[in-house]
Design a binder for this molecule. Structure first.
Ligand code: ADP
Ligand code: MG
Length: 357
């Protein structure tokens, strides 16, 4: 196992820079997830760690060693891809044994490691099969087995679950997390799926257009997003944003939306009277009752009952807003209801910079 250091790393393809100076420090044994929209540079960064892509600036370390110029096979890493990349003409056993055979490992050692990996992954009964005789989930397990047998310093995963159906994805992410808890090998995992990031990561790196927006534990990012991008990306359904200006007319700060509706703001808000802001409130932090007051009027557009909770899409303070209730409600479209944002849990962002105030 080893730490991974990414110091001011840049990458250009021709004259176009796509990674603009990224810094990430990954501890030995940590499970770090790189998450961000498609095209933000996740795969490029992972491929630079793997050595499959030259870096244009900065430094990458695995353990204490700068690996900028070290070829991939000498970096002691193992990579698992979205498309499995299994050899179709080889059995599960031979797929898993392949890299060890290439490295001239003794036959008994190969057999021992493949058996260990197959047992961990529940592939014991399938080792004589060919990839075409396996389900998608089983193929992905073989791809992981092939990585495990090498006992690498670092596992690199690039969207390994994207080709699986929704149910299997949920099952496999739990398996990968359990696997990491058992092996404790440093892992860098790329996904565009924020739920996958939230559920699997020790720490999440949120990327956007080739920069790092924020690094933190899943709940740090959820509770204290640094800016509107992170606030809108982490959490599902996404945070609601409502434009407005700070008002201190009544002593305590509030946000006055474009249509004049007043939204309760945290008492600790520093911004001055008239400051242009964006009010952010998560669907799960809006309730129908708080025991007093009149609430913010909202016109119901659509109700989505899921059984476990109810989603209400409403028009509130001149914005489309989603509210999530634990209870069941049978509101009618067009009906006006009154909503209470949890003042202690709302966020206020600077309208120009997007930074949280
Ligand atoms: P992600 O994995 O986050 O979806 P990528 O790392 O694949 O994003 O791509 C980041 C950016 O770099 C994109 O704009 C993509 O078009 C560009 N890019 C990736 N690979 C190449 C390449 N080989 N040549 C030119 N541009 C590339
Ligand atoms: Mg990618």
């Amino acid at each position: 196992m080893a730490s991974v250091g990414i110091n001011d790393v840049r990458k250009s393809f021709g004259s176009v820079e796509v990674i603009h100076g990224v810094n990430i420090s990954i501890a030995d044994g940590e499970f770090v997830v790189l998450v961000g929209p498609s095209g933000c540079g996740k795969s490029t960064l992972l491929r630079m760690i793997a050595g499959l892509e030259q870096i244009s600036g900065g430094e990458i370390l695995i353990g204490d060693r700068v690996v900028n110029l070290v070829p991939p096979k000498e970096r002691d890493i193992a990579m698992v891809f979205q498309n499995y990349a299994l050899y179709p003409h080889m059995t599960v056993y031979d797929n898993m044994a392949f890299s060890l055979k290439l490295a001239n490992a003794p036959k008994e050692e190969i057999a021992k490691r493949v058996k260990e990996a197959a047992d961990i992954l529940g592939l014991g009964a399938l080792v004589e099969r060919y990839p075409r005789q396996l389900s998608g989930g089983q193929r992905q397990r073989v791809a992981m087995g092939r990585a495990i047998v090498r006992k690498p310093q670092v596992f690199l995963f690039d969207e390994p679950l994207s080709n699986l159906d929704a149910k299997l994805r949920v099952q496999m992410r739990t398996e990968i997390k359990a696997l990491h808890q058992r092996l404790k090998t440093t892992a860098v995992y790329v996904t565009h799926d924020q739920i996958e990031a939230m559920t699997m990561a020790d720490r999440i790196v949120v990327m956007h257009d080739g920069i790092v927006e924020q690094i933190g534990s899943p709940l740090e990012l959820y509770d204290n997003p640094a800016n509107m991008f992170v606030a809108g990306f982490i959490g599902s359904p996404a945070m609601n944003f409502i434009e407005g200006r700070v008002s201190r007319a009544n002593g305590a700060p509030s946000i006055v939306a474009k249509d004049g509706i007043e939204l309760p703001a945290p008492a600790s808000l520093q911004a001055s009277d008239g400051h242009k802001v964006v009010y952010g409130v998560r669907p799960e932090h809006i309730s129908l009752h708080n025991g007093g007051g009149v609430g913010v009027p909202a016109e119901v557009s659509v109700i989505e009952p899921t059984g476990a909770y109810t989603l209400a899409f409403v028009k509130m303070a001149d914005a489309e807003v989603c509210a999530m209730f634990d209870e069941r409600h049978a509101f009618r479209p067009g009906e006006t209801i009154h909503l209470f944002p949890r003042t202690d849990l709302v966020h206020v962002f600077d309208a120009d910079t997007g930074r949280r105030l």
